[in-house]
Design a protein around this ligand. Structure first.
Ligand code: RFL
Ligand code: PHB
Length: 382
């Protein structure tokens, strides 16, 4: 099996396949230090955490991950807690940085998994509709080929595997948003023990964390924002203004970046012997904390399908894999879109639209049914 991309999707797939006795090679274009430092997600659904535990990657997660039983919604100078555990019959989320999860999976892969080649950039995949697809890649200043039974593109949104699917056989559904997030890491203990999602007419703000000593915060900013225009003081002042009734503790800002938001789905996720998983197949805006969890769900199902094929010769799960994943993907797309549009203030937003947002926030904080709907989606659908 050829796996392109050593992010969470590629690394976890390699691990799961290894446990089923299926060999794979992972090609990752960046070096190890780069992959282990890349700041991204932080919220793991319970099912994601369980998958990591099942494949032997749960030791540090259980020691250092922060289990959260609720989230806070701030709006109109009020704060409401959604009790995720009570609303879902016992489900919670775990705050554990994607950087740490990636470190754990890399260590496992290098200890007893198949080859994981850093600095190996896939250039093209050919023969998707043959029995032996080929990955063409560059490594160490030379070009190489890897001939496989299957190729799985776990190469993220800017990957090249998607191009192996003829344009006429795939369809892409896409939606943009008129805002981005400015994200910072700060060396200061979290000043709230749960995540705070704040709606304000100045724009959205999110308070999160990485560990008992590191906070992670986000501010809605206009598309095209240069992080250099946001000195630390300006960020903290704006966070205070948006959080209204509550003030996050200030501390040294150790990282700052701007990320645009997009919703994208490519269908189908399989063409012949080439498959697309994780961000290579779909993107969600981060407000619902779903991207990493979807990537994990895709490859968990895929590893199961390959194990079935190996053990019983049945391709039934593999043939249904794309449809199985897409049902979950579209649910997460809807949830991520709803959270995003409920909480952000679009440029030039009308007072009418703001009243609709506040009405919806009132609904999810006062109706047990509406709250349960949000909580079930947030903690992950079975
Ligand atoms: P990745 O992590 O992008 O990994 C793809 C890997 O492929 C490599 N690659 C190639 N390798 C070889 N040859 C090529 N030609 C290659 N092209 C690319 C890349 O170097 C990289 O190592 O995709 P993957 O594995 O599908 O994982 C997806 C997640 O990373 C992503 O969905 C999440 O980070 C999204 N996300 C969040 N998801 C959550 O579930 N919960 C969250 O709280 C959350 N917060 C976030 C997020 C994403 C963010 N950013 C920066 C987009 C917060 C942020 C700020
Ligand atoms: C994060 O901690 O990076 C994070 C948390 C919740 C989100 C998005 C990102 O919805």
């Amino acid at each position: 099996m050829g796996i392109i991309g050593g992010g969470p999707a590629g690394l976890l797939l390699a691990r799961l396949l290894h446990r089923s006795g299926i060999d794979s090679v992972v090609l990752e274009r960046r070096d190890r230090a780069y992959v282990e430092r890349r700041q991204r997600a932080g919220v793991l659904e319970q099912g994601t955490a369980d998958t990591l535990r099942d494949c032997g990657a749960g030791e540090r997660l259980d020691r250092q991950g922060l289990v959260h039983h609720g989230i806070r919604l701030h709006y109109g100078r009020r704060s409401h807690r959604l009790d995720l555990r009570a609303l879902t019959g016992g489900r919670s989320v775990v705050v554990y940085a994607q950087t740490e999860l990636v470190k754990d999976l890399i260590a496992l892969q290098l200890a007893d998994g198949g080859p994981l080649v850093f600095g190996a950039r896939a250039l093209a995949v050919t023969g998707a509709d043959t029995a032996r697809p080929v990955v063409h890649y560059a490594h160490g200043g030379r070009e190489h080929t890897l001939t496989c039974d299957y190729v799985v593109g776990c190469d993220g949104f800017h990957g090249i595997t998607r191009d192996a699917v003829p344009a006429g056989t795939r369809r892409t559904y896409e939606r943009g948003y008129p805002y981005s997030w400015l994200g910072i890491l700060a060396g200061v203990p979290p000043s709230c023990d749960e995540l705070v999602y704040a709606h304000s007419e100045r724009g959205f703000a999110l308070f999160s964390m990485r560990s008992p000593t590191v906070s992670r915060l986000y501010l809605q900013v206009p598309n095209g924002t240069d992080p250099a225009d946001w000195p630390d003081e300006r960020i903290w002042d704006e966070l205070d203004a948006r959080a209204a009734t509550w003030q996050p503790a200030r501390g040294p800002v150790t990282a700052k970046s701007v990320l645009p938001m997009r919703s994208v789905v490519t269908e189908p996720m399989r063409y012949g012997r080439v498959l697309l998983a994780g961000d290579a197949a779909h993107l969600v805006p981060p407000t619902g904390a779903k991207g990493l969890n979807l990537a994990v769900a895709d490859v968990t199902e895929l590893a199961r399908a390959f194990a079935r094929l190996k053990d019983s010769g049945s391709a039934e799960l593999l043939d249904g894999w794309s449809d199985t994943c897409l049902r979950r993907v579209w649910r997460a797309e809807h949830f991520s879109y709803s959270m995003t549009t409920m909480l952000h203030t679009a440029p030039g937003q009308s007072a009418f639209d703001t009243r609709l947002q506040l009405s919806q926030l009132d609904r999810v904080t006062s109706s047990p049914h509406a709250a349960a709907e949000l909580a079930e989606n947030y903690t992950g659908l079975p």
